[in-house]
Design a protein around this ligand. Structure first.
Ligand SMILES: N[C@@H](CC(=O)c1ccccc1NC=O)C(=O)O
Length: 360
């Protein structure tokens, strides 16, 4: 059997790279242009902290809801203001009838129809937290989209297989809790985009429910884990080639293509202009594999963005990508062709252009 996946991977450029070069390619902070690597990571935690505090202070949220039995299996639900009023009454009434059950284990019956965006944070499966990842919450809830931020057991507590399993469970939980949802959209950043992409391979039949998956928003992800095995920081995660292959959506979809449960389901693969060449290659090849497999996919390189600025910009309602997500989540039936990055001049990190979408 050809264990290297598609033919193009025989020529994979990473195979000719030294360990130092691979370490460099797979350290996104080293590719940040406006800050030093350490400062970028500090700013990432700081902004994550602030936006999460703000989201919790300004909107209605259900925090630390258990989606599984493990203590790491918790998620935060941020509800749109208009819809949450009604739901909240129902949740509180039910909660009080159920008496002394601790808050996170009370059932949350919120049958209200709304789209749900479920976000998986990055951090190379070894860092990051739901408590610092509420980036897109405020602009999306303001437009009627519920946002769920999921915690999973990062390494060394969790293995990649366990993380994939937890992510699966969290989506099953959202579907069971909100059966009347108007679509579940999975969004992930970096390692979180990998986890979201793994859901393209999920076998939902054994979970008793097929989630109403209508879209995938994948931000600067890693879809082929084999090169990661050869980097110093991330190698411990992937003890053997088969672990890497089993957990590589690129490899899996090339060898055994899957089909969307909902033919309207679309996948938006994006990478930052300043992400490393390997990150560009990963996104582009994944996009191509998706198209070859018959998935409705689009690919965009985000103008003048680094690995982390993409998330910072998603805190802004007028950022081109926030608008794209809103468009897909809110206007059911629309379809993305292209995001136009209308700004070709380099601007500061805090400035962005509003773009527009071409809808079918
Ligand atoms: N040590 C990594 C950190 C990193 O990759 C990262 C940090 C926060 C959020 C996402 C990340 N990358 C992928 O999951 C770096 O040098 O950039």
């Amino acid at each position: 059997m050809d264990v290297s996946g598609g033919n193009h991977r025989h020529e994979a450029p990473w195979k000719r790279m030294s360990k130092e070069e691979l370490d460099n390619q797979y350290s996104p902070s080293r590719w940040v242009v406006r800050l030093g690597a350490e400062e970028a990571m500090r700013t990432y935690s700081q902004i994550g902290n602030e936006v999460t505090k703000r989201a919790r202070a300004t909107g209605r949220s259900l925090l630390n809801v258990l989606y599984g039995d493990g203590d790491g299996e918790k998620l935060d639900i941020y509800l749109p203001e208009a819809v949450s009023e009604g739901n909240w009454g129902l949740v509180v009434a039910l909660g009080s009838q159920l008496g002394a059950l601790p808050w996170p284990t009370r059932p949350l019956f919120c049958p209200t129809a709304m789209p749900f965006l479920v976000f998986f944070h990055g951090g190379y499966w070894q860092s990051g937290s739901k408590d610092t990842s509420a980036f897109m919450v405020n602009p999306l809830t303001a437009q009627g989209v519920a946002v769920v931020i999921v915690a999973y057991d990062i390494a060394p507590k969790g293995t990649l297989d366990q993380m994939v399993d937890q992510v699966t469970q969290s989506i099953v939980f959202v579907q069971k809790q909100y059966p009347g949802n108007q679509g579940i959209y999975l969004c992930g950043h970096s390692a979180g985009a990998h986890l979201a992409a793994m859901m393209l391979l999920a076998d939902w039949t054994k979970h008793g429910v097929t989630p109403n998956l209508k879209g995938f928003f994948l931000l600067s992800g890693v879809y082929d884990l084999e090169p990661i095995m050869h980097t110093s920081e991330n190698a411990p995660l992937l003890p053997a080639l088969e672990d890497a292959q089993r957990n590589s959506p690129l490899w899996q979809l090339e060898t055994a293509p899957t089909q969307p449960a909902d033919p309207a389901c679309r996948i938006l693969v994006t990478v930052g202009q300043h992400d490393s060449p390997e990150f560009h290659r990963q996104s582009r090849e994944f996009y191509q594999t998706l198209c070859q497999g018959g998935w409705k996919a689009s690919f965009e390189e985000l103008h003048d963005m680094d690995h982390f600025e993409i998330l910072w910009n998603l805190t802004q309602e007028d950022y081109v990508l926030t608008q794209a997500y809103l468009d897909v989540c809110v206007s059911v039936g629309g379809s993305i062709n292209t995001i136009h990055n209308s700004n070709n001049n380099k601007t500061g990190a805090t400035q962005w252009e509003t773009g527009w979408l071409e809808l079918e």
